[in-house]
Design a protein around this ligand. Structure first.
Ligand SMILES: Nc1ncnc2c1ncn2[C@@H]1O[C@H](COP(=O)(O)OP(=O)(O)O)[C@@H](O)[C@H]1O
Ligand SMILES: [Mg+2]
Length: 465
């Protein structure tokens, strides 16, 4: 039920003057890791939908307008409003407002508030509607009561709440119209019996300002370690990771076979390779317009894409993971599990839901081995090469083809992924820009993104792994 505290005229907690709230959010939102409009001036912030979850916690969809974009972006925020907040909430303060002369209210990020997290899960258990929100109920028996919530402490582009190591609720932050691909794909894979992806067991959505998925609950993988942590440890200690990489390749191949069944595709167009190269070239030119360091490499990268057309060996398009890297895979109970089917967060949803070459996912993982091999100041090229080979061999055992059999297509997809990384790093982690830039230089020089060809451009000393 929508709270009587909400005023009819302005959407938002009625005790908080709309202009004060907008000013606070305009400062706070761009500092959040999940804010996707980094680097552009905020020209307007408004609350597009609000529903009270408790007397001091509001579910908001906040519209942000920015210079250089005609459409506003919408973000999901749980807003706490109270006269006092406990000291443990101080890192999550959004600010203070004067509700009435002499009456100050604290406004905070209520994702970190246990009571708000518990109410959200309770809503999912019960199902039904609340204001602009609609909850698809979880089977009650599958959710024990009294689970203690905690916000997952990992670098991520959304926010996840873990309940007592039993469940994980992922709150999508940048909301776009339509079903979220993470829910769509994990749901379809579960219906087709694919067990290496945690199945969604509940979700909630909004009906205003447009229909969109807001969050989903999955079983939490206990005693799991993410692939990035495992790979980094192995790369630093220079221990073998080939068995793990091979098994990861096998699981990725199985995933692609399952995806092709869950989302059948049509015939492969005769000019598929040319179309892919055109799209890569288009992305390259857009990237070079925003990152000047890429410009000298444009002609050579165009040649890399053209070589894939000449080879003509790319795989048929299908639904894919969309953003596969070591941070999206978890090793638990002796097996790999794959999470986060949202695709590359910066892309619009229709593009993320489009069919792609499965080699694009393979390239994403190979680029991730390169990142792991370069992390921590030393470069371990042999380690990365062995991972690449093992991963591709494992993929070949289950995916229907060995990606190394189409080297030009593989190189083009690695280059395309490295170009995406260049743009991403230039915005979010400029200190890591050299990692994909080194890969671009080497791919242009005729090498793979692992080793193979000249390392002149590497700024980190080459070391034996
Ligand atoms: N079912 C799960 N069990 C255990 N940990 C998980 C699960 N799903 C995700 N995680 C952890 O949460 C992190 C972030 O989840 P992810 O879906 O990738 O969100 P984001 O879109 O924000 O990157 C993952 O890298 C992983 O460490
Ligand atoms: Mg992720």
């Amino acid at each position: 039920m929508t709270s009587p505290l909400l005023s009819d005229t302005a959407v938002g907690p009625a005790q908080v003057p709309a202009s004060s709230l907008a000013a606070l959010l305009a400062r706070w939102l761009p500092r959040q890791r999940w804010f996707t409009g980094q680097g552009r001036d905020v020209t307007g912030v408004s609350v597009a939908a609000a529903t009270a979850l408790t007397t001091d916690c509001y579910h908001l969809l906040v519209r942000v307008d920015q210079r250089g974009s005609s459409d506003g972006a919408h973000y999901q925020v749980l807003l706490g409003v109270a006269t006092h907040v406990p000291p443990r909430m101080s890192p999550h303060m959004i600010g203070e407002v004067e509700a009435r002369p002499g009456e100050r209210l604290m406004v905070y990020d209520a994702v970190h508030d246990h009571r708000a997290a518990i109410v959200l899960l309770e809503r999912l258990r019960r199902g039904g509607s609340a204001g602009h929100l609609r909850f698809e109920s979880l089977p009650r028996t599958s959710v024990p009561c009294g689970l203690t919530p905690r916000v997952l402490d990992v670098e991520q582009s959304n926010t996840s709440i873990v309940y007592g190591d039993e469940l994980i609720l992922k709150l999508f932050r940048h909301i776009q119209p339509g079903i979220n691909p993470d829910l769509e794909v994990t749901g379809a894979l579960a219906r087709h019996g694919f067990t290496q992806v945690p199945a969604p067991i509940g979700w909630f959505q909004t009906e205003a300002p447009f229909w969109s998925t807001l969050g989903m609950v999955q079983p939490f993988l206990t005693e799991s370690t993410d692939g990035w942590t495992l790979a980094l440890e192995s790369s630093h200690r220079r221990t073998g990771f080939t068995e793990e990489a091979r098994e990861l390749g096998r699981t990725t191949g199985e995933l692609h076979v399952a995806l092709a069944k869950a989302f059948p595709t049509g015939l492969r167009p005769a000019d598929q390779s040319a179309r892919l190269a055109d799209a890569m070239s288009h992305r390259l030119l857009r990237a070079a317009a925003s990152v000047p360091e890429l410009r000298p490499f444009v002609p050579d990268l165009q040649d890399v894409y053209a070589a894939a057309v000449t080879e003509g060996g790319d795989a048929p398009l299908q639904r894919t993971h969309g953003d596969l890297h070591l941070g999206q895979v978890m090793h638990a109970h002796g097996r790999w599990h794959i999470v986060d089917f949202e695709g590359e967060p910066a892309k619009p949803v229709p593009e993320r839901r489009a069919d792609r070459s499965p080699i694009a996912d393979v390239a994403g993982m190979l680029r991730s081995f390169d990142y792991a091999a370069r992390s921590g100041g030393e470069f371990h090229p042999r380690w990365a090469d062995r991972c690449r080979d093992a991963f591709c061999a494992g993929y070949g055992e289950s995916g229907g083809f060995d990606p190394r059999a189409v080297p030009a297509a593989l190189r083009a997809h690695e280059a395309d992924r490295a170009v995406y990384e260049v743009v991403y790093e230039s915005v979010y982690r400029p200190e890591l820009l050299t990692v994909p830039m080194n890969a671009v230089a080497r791919l242009c020089a005729g090498g793979t993104a692992g080793t193979g060809a000249p390392h002149m451009s590497d700024q980190l000393p080459a070391q034996e792994a």
